[in-house]
Design a protein around this ligand. Structure first.
Ligand code: AMP
Length: 596
């Protein structure tokens, strides 16, 4: 409820009541409690076929089995290019294209288990490469195309990239200069009208001529499938390891959380460089056999409304930043569009303000269904459902098969569950579930620390109310969420420190009404350098060049010294408290400091 509404006496009710009987088609999850009580993981597994050769392979479930079941003619991907181009790929086309890519990897000598990185916008080849590499039992790591050279290099190094699929433009701007740092990167496949570049091969030369026949080898469900990098407070990015078994979760959540039915036209607006764009922009819709709309262009409200209208999108999965950008334009901006096909709207990635839920109802005539998950969980864990009342501002209730709780860690490292309703604690999940990460690459200890007594600690603070609805409170650590992207302050600080003028850097997220948080850096300069407008601009430019627009700070402030603990760690929390005028909290570990 906004202050204006309260003042006007138009307070919103605490719930949006659903009438399940009135919904068509009948939602897969009609009664949350009953479905959870009856749920068995074997039932979710039964949504899938398994591989003829044995085991479970994501690409077989997402692509080939639809052809085997005579559904090959159905449109799997409808691709809408930036400049108006439009391409349809049937499940049979996708089966052929992904087999070609798998065969091309084989011809290059790439072995199962080796790492295939993709760095490009939402081009059709991205989808063929991801699924083709999974067919070849390689490990796929999608990178966000707006990353600068530094995040690309760090991730390729950490992940032992053997193959990189990218575009000539991204190669020249971001990768070419890194090749010496990446001796293990043996093959770079350039998509599109590639120029001749030493050390690269062209998609047209290696993939297009490859055979359309490929038989996926036996795949143990525990075989590594995807490597998704995410950010922590300290140190390098974390490489979350996922396995083919995760597809069980994708199939199940597509059914219960997104309520996908056979005839749906689905659109997930996330980029596959982030986990939502892979799990729900590629795997989940294709596993469900629906038509998956892929839009190459970035956000622009009229374009998005036209996509919803012209493609007759029925299920739409988007994010709070985009919803808030639409809100800024007002419900009037929607007038004249025929959105009658749209049946179900979901949102993920950041807190969805109650105002945004109410706005959705006013503007679209239906509610956004918020859901919660993270890179490490591999799939949706807590959700609002088509047939369950919504409490605007709440992330909903756990998926069938998922046990969530609010907890705190005791000083002995044990779990203390908090049963009292409306009490803040860390959101924890009972292990295991099929899409749970199986490790952080090369970081056993960091992985181990996420678990205690059979519970996974998510790093998010939340509350559960007396009706079992979960409410997001904030992060337990210092990571920043900007426009839905998780950004590690350490990565930004490290890039700033590479500049000769910078002695120290502390990076925090500042609340922003549209993108959630914006990245802000505090910088102390080395002797001989003086703060100036010109240096500020130079540092912003340096960070942007190294990190890319999605990660670089939007503002820099000079300080003569930054608050640090006795062990020399910059106290980001204190920087933030001071920036926002909040209580400074426990300062017992504070060593050096100069307030402003
Ligand atoms: P990522 O691993 O990049 O997908 O980021 C996961 C993090 O995003 C979570 O740990 C939360 O902090 C945040 N997040 C995801 N979904 C939601 C949501 N529905 N409400 C609030 N925060 C969310």
């Amino acid at each position: 409820m906004t202050a204006a509404e309260a003042a006007a006496g138009t307070a919103r009710p605490p719930r949006i009541v659903k009438t399940p009987g009135a919904l068509a088609p009948v939602p897969h999850l009609l009664d949350h409690a009953a479905t959870c009580a009856a749920f068995r993981w074997d039932d979710a597994r039964a949504l899938l076929d398994g591989l003829p050769a044995g085991g479970l392979n994501i690409a077989h479930e997402a692509v080939d089995r639809h052809v085997a079941h005579n559904r090959g003619g159905k449109t799997a991907i409808r691709w809408l290019g930036k400049s108006g181009a439009r391409r349809e790929f049937s499940y049979a086309d996708l089966a052929a294209g992904t087999s070609r890519f798998a065969n091309a990897l084989g011809a290059l000598g790439v072995q199962p288990g080796e790492r295939v990185f993709v760095l490009m916008g939402r081009l059709p080849e991205l989808y063929l490469a991801v699924l083709g590499a999974l067919k070849a039992r390689c490990v796929v790591s999608p990178l966000f195309s707006a990353f600068g050279p530094e995040p690309i290099a760090t991730r390729c190094e950490m992940g032992d990239a053997r193959v990189l699929v990218t575009t000539p433009e991204l190669y020249q701007r971001k990768v070419k200069g890194l090749r010496e740092r990446l001796p293990g990167l043996k093959h770079v496949i350039l998509v599109g009208d590639a120029v001749d570049e030493a050390g690269t091969v062209r998609w047209a030369d290696v993939v297009d001529p490859a055979s359309l026949d490929f038989t996926i080898g036996a795949t143990d469900p525990e075989t590594m499938s995807l490597l998704h990098f995410t950010s922590g407070t300290t140190g390098r990015p974390k490489g979350a390891i996922h396995v083919h078994e995760a597809v069980v979760m994708h199939a199940m959540t597509a059914r219960y959380a997104l309520d996908l039915h056979d005839d749906d036209v689905f659109w997930c607006t996330a980029d596959p460089g982030w986990v939502t764009g892979t799990s729900y922009g590629i795997v989940a819709p294709l596993v469900s056999g629906v038509t998956n709309v892929v839009v190459e262009a970035e956000f622009d409200a009229p374009t998005w409304y036209s996509v919803l209208q012209d493609e007759r999108v029925t299920v739409w999965y988007t994010a709070p930043t985009a919803i808030r950008m639409m809100m800024r334009l007002g419900a009037d901006s929607l007038r004249g569009y025929d959105l009658s096909a749209l049946r179900f709207m979901a949102s993920v990635g950041e807190p969805l303000n109650p105002e945004a839920v109410w706005w959705g109802l006013d503007a679209f005539g239906k509610t956004f269904h918020d859901n919660w998950w993270q890179t490490e969980t591999g799939g949706i864990m807590v959700s609002n459902y088509a047939a369950m009342d919504i409490k605007p501002g709440s992330m909903g209730k756990p998926l069938p098969g998922i046990t969530a709780a609010i907890a705190r860690r005791t000083s002995e490292g044990r779990v203390e569950l908090i049963d009292a309703p409306d009490t803040e604690g860390e959101l924890v999940l009972k292990t295991p579930w099929p899409s749970m990460m199986r490790g952080y690459l090369h970081e056993e200890e960091r992985y181990r620390k996420c678990f205690a007594d059979g519970w996974y600690f998510t790093g998010d603070l939340a509350k559960r109310d007396a009706d079992g609805y979960y409410w997001f409170v904030g992060r337990a650590d210092d990571v920043i969420k900007s426009a839905g992207h998780l950004i590690g302050p350490f990565e930004v600080e490290s890039a700033l420190m590479e500049h000769p003028a910078v002695a120290e850097a502390g990076v925090i997220g500042i609340p922003d009404p549209t993108v959630g948080e914006v990245v802000k850096a505090y910088v102390a300069l080395k002797p001989g350098f003086e703060p100036s407008e010109a240096l500020n601009r130079e540092l912003l430019g340096h960070a942007r060049k190294r990190l890319g627009a999605a990660v670089a700070p939007k503002a820099i402030e000079f300080r003569s010294n930054l608050p640090k603990t006795r062990s020399g760690k910059i106290m980001r929390r204190l920087l933030k408290a001071r920036e926002l005028g909040l209580p400074e909290g426990d300062l017992s570990t504070l060593e050096s400091d100069e307030k402003r």
